[in-house]
Design a protein around this ligand. Structure first.
Ligand code: CDT
Length: 319
């Protein structure tokens, strides 16, 4: 018995700082209509998909920073996306900057939501792995201040939706094997990931030529090692002078890329995914219950990192 879910990777090209949310939402709606016309059940959008990637700038004015955040979801500009989803019968996964108040204190997260075909939010996630730095570093060609503007979320949940077990992650999370394994242990069948990845990482320019390779490497490994589909969706192209990778793709539990975008603009890539293809991997090579040895992995939760290099010197911080 096959369990099909037809999905679209809804890649976005650059969003200018001056572009209004209303203009961005109409781009998202255009992709949504295309996806539905192709028979899709679900469209996956990038990380922070409603504005330009603002952590590339250092802001001292909190009000300026907060102008990139959403105080409600849906809000006045995003309601139209929810309405269209319900009208045409398609779900979506959307990344955005979340500003909320907990016990009277403002909290800011790099968040995403999973919305079903009735327009109801069925899953919510807050990015765990926040890359970059917290203080202004003028030597960089551009900043990556996620550690300044967001606080980390608390974990990786898996929700029952679209006939399967859907997992949520955001951008840098995809580089960490723990992300996939924590969801793999919850039986995840499709991991949804939006990203904004500059080709150039100022502390490690030696990686620039490998940025697309690393993008696929980590997601293909995560898919295979956990017997799950993985969908990675970029905000791509030259955005405010920073070149961001494309490479949006849909990966099967075999680790194979089964659909991919070919531009760095607004584009959908489609796949009809049989969630039961996960079973072959989950029941054999990666049957966790039979083969895992958790006692040998205790260090993973006990220790955060390596403190010294092989020569005994402290690990320098470049991140
Ligand atoms: N948005 C995001 O998480 N981007 C990071 C860039 C890493 S370099 C600081 C990524 O992992 O793609």
């Amino acid at each position: 018995m096959a369990r099909f879910v037809t999905i679209a990777a809804g890649q976005l090209g650059p969003i200018a700082r001056s572009e209004s949310r209303t203009a961005v939402v109409s781009r998202l709606m255009a992709l949504m209509r295309q996806a539905r016309a192709c028979g899709c059940d679900l469209i996956i959008y990038p990380e922070l998909a409603l504005t330009t990637f603002f952590p590339r700038w250092y802001f001292e004015d909190q009000a300026e920073t907060d102008s990139f955040f959403e105080r409600e979801m849906p809000g006045p500009e995003t309601q139209a996306l929810f309405d269209l989803a319900r009208e045409i019968g398609i779900g979506f996964y959307l990344g955005y900057a979340e500003l909320t108040t907990e016990a009277g204190i403002a909290r800011r997260y790099n968040a995403s939501i999973l919305v079903d075909k009735s327009g109801a939010i069925v899953g919510k996630y807050r990015k765990v792995h926040l890359p970059g730095h917290a203080e202004h570093e003028p030597w960089r060609a551009f900043q990556h201040l996620e550690k300044r503007y967001f606080e980390p979320g608390g974990g990786f949940g898996v929700v029952d939706a679209f006939g399967g077990k859907m997992g949520m992650a955001i951008c840098n999370d995809r580089r960490w094997s723990e992300t996939y394994r924590v969801m793999g242990l919850q039986g995840v069948e499709m991991v949804l990931i939006g990203y904004n990845t500059p080709v150039h990482n100022p502390p490690a320019p030696e990686h620039d030529d490998l940025s697309l390779f690393h993008n696929h490497l980590v997601m293909q490994a995560g898919a295979y090692q956990n017997g799950t589909f993985v969908v990675g969706v970029a905000k791509a192209g030259l955005e405010e002078g920073v070149d961001q990778i494309g490479g949006s793709c849909i990966i099967a539990p075999s680790g194979e890329i089964i659909a991919a975008c070919t531009t760095k603009g607004d584009e959908i890539a489609l796949a009809r995914c049989d969630l039961d293809l996960c079973n072959s991997y989950k029941r054999t090579t990666f049957n966790f219950d039979v083969h895992r040895q958790p006692r040998a992995y205790e260090m993973i939760v006990e220790r955060k990192g390596v403190t010294t290099m092989a020569d005994g010197t402290p690990v320098p911080r470049r991140g």
